[in-house]
Design a protein around this ligand. Structure first.
Ligand SMILES: [Zn+2]
Length: 293
């Protein structure tokens, strides 16, 4: 079909059109952080909640976006690496300022030096930090769970109806080593008997809380519960007691970051399916722990 005219050779016409499209792309201003978040809200596939932690945490939402970094935790170290890559919109799964609601009142009141330096870095690099927690979990399938099952190779072993993972029989010790290796966790702590043979796992990445933890452990079939973290006097003591009573239960504490981190690598891949013209990448957060010799 000869859609092109005036005897212009087709290749030249295509190249000219491509150059024109390129020039148009360059001349249109980069989207603001607010516009990018608008696109995310339109694509996530669930109604946006009024009560949510998924809000701007730092920076001016109308800042033009030079690049997007998804991350598990917007630590100072992550912000530095994102800035070095020219990515000034940081989409973080977890808080920036050390509590679930990112309330900075006491930090501000005390003129906290760590908080102040973080704020200064964000401002001087024209960065914007936005949290993507509730709706990324609410998405179908849960964007974190989808991302975490992949490196564990449990996509087929996971049953969304029961929300349990069924594997070939193994020991708690072998399973812990497997999970640690696959999720790249430096420090994985275990409560329970190393040699107990298990097949049925409940996985609750992050910090779902002791009530959610117990409701999984109360199910007879659940032998091992995998979590990110919990205060030590809660689920940990509960499982210690269960073990002391001879009940067939074990608990893995993977660490908050390694337990959910692949879910934010997954988020970067998802963003690339509908955000064009702005570089998108995943900046992994470093696991904070090491152990003594
Ligand atoms: Zn989470």
């Amino acid at each position: 079909m000869r859609q092109y005219h005036w005897g212009v050779p087709r290749q030249i016409l295509v190249l000219t059109l491509a150059a024109a499209a390129c020039a148009a792309a360059q001349s249109s201003p980069p989207p603001s952080a607010r516009e990018i978040i608008g696109r995310i809200k339109a694509h996530v596939g669930v109604a946006w909640r009024e009560q949510t932690v998924d809000t701007f945490k730092a920076g001016d939402p109308d800042t033009p976006v030079t690049g997007i970094a998804t991350t598990m935790m917007a630590t100072f170290d992550v912000l530095q690496r994102a800035a070095a890559e020219g990515k000034n919109l940081v989409i973080t799964h977890e808080p920036v300022f050390y509590s679930h609601l990112d309330n900075t009142d006491t930090l501000e009141a005390g003129n906290d030096a760590v908080w102040a330096e973080k704020m200064k870095f964000i401002a001087s690099h024209k960065m914007v930090v936005w949290r993507f927690h509730d709706h990324w979990h609410m998405r179908q399938p849960d964007g974190i769970m989808e991302g975490v099952l992949r490196p564990l190779d449990w996509e087929k072993q996971y049953n969304p109806a029961t929300r349990l993972i069924t594997i070939q029989p193994t020991t708690v010790g072998e399973l812990a080593a497997y999970v640690r290796r696959k999720l790249n966790a430096k420090v994985l702590r275990v409560v329970g008997n190393r040699d107990m043979r298990v097949t049925t796992i409940a996985l609750q990445p992050g910090a779902a809380g002791p009530t959610a933890h117990r409701s999984a452990l109360q199910r007879n079939e659940v032998e091992v519960l995998l979590i990110g973290e919990v205060p030590e006097w809660e689920t940990i003591e509960y499982v210690s007691d269960a073990v002391a009573q001879g009940k067939r239960k074990a608990l893995f504490l993977i660490g908050h970051i390694p337990s959910e981190q692949p879910g934010m690598a997954n988020c970067a891949e998802w963003l690339k399916t509908f955000i064009t013209g702005v570089p998108v990448g995943f900046v992994p957060a470093r696991e904070p722990f090491w152990t003594a010799e």
